[in-house]
Design a protein around this ligand. Structure first.
Ligand code: CA
Length: 416
């Protein structure tokens, strides 16, 4: 129902907005009335806490005060059926053809059209980062291990990943301090601020509850546990990473900050943009095999505004369809040993890189580890990020016969 492409809202939605009534992404915001959950509609926010108090969700199976809180986790802990029912109630009250919708919202002050501050939408319990773009893994292999095979032998048999640091996942707009750490030098390791600070273009999925401790999620049920998607910038200090990562993988080169976009786009809103995933050769093991391997068609881009400039330059534009492993395969793999999934866990895709330089998802790849700088409109050049640089990731879905939707921005500025 919510995928009905002819639907429009009585709330004014600007042309080209990421947030028409077909999207209705969830977030957490703050204004003078406090912190609470909301849904984006055009440039406004639909106040979920007030809507709940006004009785809008009485028959949806929600507990009391699910939305008068500082994260979406309580809501994520409900079933898919509840997610869907709440979404339908919101779409109905905002629908232009609903005669009582507008007056109900006005009576209860449900549309917030003054500026609000976006907060991190979820309390991230566990954070996993995958490595599921073949082009990215190949590029990094060539750069970090020029004398070996660029892909390790396991790469096409399992979605390689690592557990990241949940406590340093921050919302878009949070300043990013340049991390310090050890890096290799000809004289031995030295300590200091990273000289190779990078971004990574990624898409993350946020889970609801899992089946419990010790129980695997079968691949064909995996998407039942996925609530929605957001944009992710997995900031990376390449010099720290290159020195520390053997043999246990990323550590301090990644754990200082990960930025996510403030709005979680429900998987239900992405239905019109689902596409078959590409063939896998060799075929993966049975627990990673399904007859319905599908990805999401999201156009992704990264723009950088250099320090002191007001003009951004798009440094990459690529598609989420480039991923080798799907979200369902990632979640099935991450839980096949019985590892727990909880509401608000975040699983990032790994850097999304397409086949050519203008589709690479990190500066490591775009500048080929600093050997091929990027020029900016103000005449400056960059290899890695400098203090004051702002990185903005955007994502937008388009398809025939579908109203385009987007993710908003995932933005961060480097501070010394
Ligand atoms: Ca990453």
């Amino acid at each position: 129902m919510t995928a009905d492409q002819s639907r429009t809202s009585w709330v004014q939605v600007p042309d080209g907005s990421d947030f028409p009534i077909q999207n209705l992404p969830y977030g957490v915001f703050a204004d003078a009335s406090g912190v609470r959950c909301g849904v984006a509609i055009g440039d406004a926010v639909f106040d979920l806490a007030r809507a709940e108090s006004a009785g809008l969700f009485t028959n949806t199976g929600l507990d009391r005060d699910t939305f008068r809180c500082e994260s979406l986790n309580d809501f994520l802990g409900h079933s898919r059926g509840v997610w869907s029912s709440v979404r339908n109630h919101i779409a109905d009250i905002l629908d232009r053809s609903n005669p009582g919708g507008r007056s109900f919202c006005e009576k209860h002050h449900l549309i917030i059209d003054h500026p609000v501050q976006m907060r991190i939408p979820i309390e991230v319990g566990d954070y996993v980062d995958f490595y599921s773009s073949e082009q990215h893994a190949t590029n990094v292999g060539k750069l970090f291990r020029p004398d070996g095979d660029s892909l390790f032998p396991n790469w096409k048999h399992l979605p390689v990943g690592y557990h990241g640091r949940a406590g340093t996942v921050v919302v878009s707009g949070t300043p990013i301090n340049r991390p310090s750490g050890q890096r290799r030098s000809p004289q031995g390791p030295v300590f200091g601020p990273s000289r190779k600070l990078d971004m990574e273009l990624e898409v993350g999925f946020v889970t609801g509850g899992g089946p419990g401790f010790g129980i695997a999620i079968p691949i064909d049920e995996a998407e039942h546990h996925i609530f929605g998607l957001c944009l992710v910038n997995d900031w990376s200090a390449r010099d720290i990473q290159a020195w520390e990562y053997v043999p246990l993988g990323p550590f301090l080169g990644k754990s200082f900050a990960t930025t996510i976009s403030p709005w979680i786009v429900p998987l239900e809103a992405l239905e019109p943009f689902r596409v078959p995933a590409g063939d896998q050769e060799p075929a993966p093991l049975p627990y990673l095999t399904t007859d319905h391997r599908i990805g999401v068609d999201i156009d992704l881009s990264v723009s950088i505004t250099p320090n002191g400039s007001s003009e951004e330059r798009e440094v990459t534009a690529t598609s989420f369809t480039n991923m080798y492993w799907t979200m369902a395969q990632q979640l099935a793999h991450a839980t096949v040993n019985g590892a727990t999934v909880r509401p608000g866990d975040l699983f990032a895709s790994g850097t999304v890189s397409g086949p050519t330089r203008d589709e690479f998802g990190s500066l490591l790849e775009i500048t080929w580890n600093g050997t091929d700088p990027i020029e900016y409109p103000d005449g400056s050049t960059r290899t890695f990020l400098e203090d004051g640089d702002t990185v903005t990731i955007r994502g937008r879905c388009t398809a025939e016969d579908a109203v385009p939707i987007g993710f908003g921005e995932c933005l961060g500025t480097i501070e010394a």
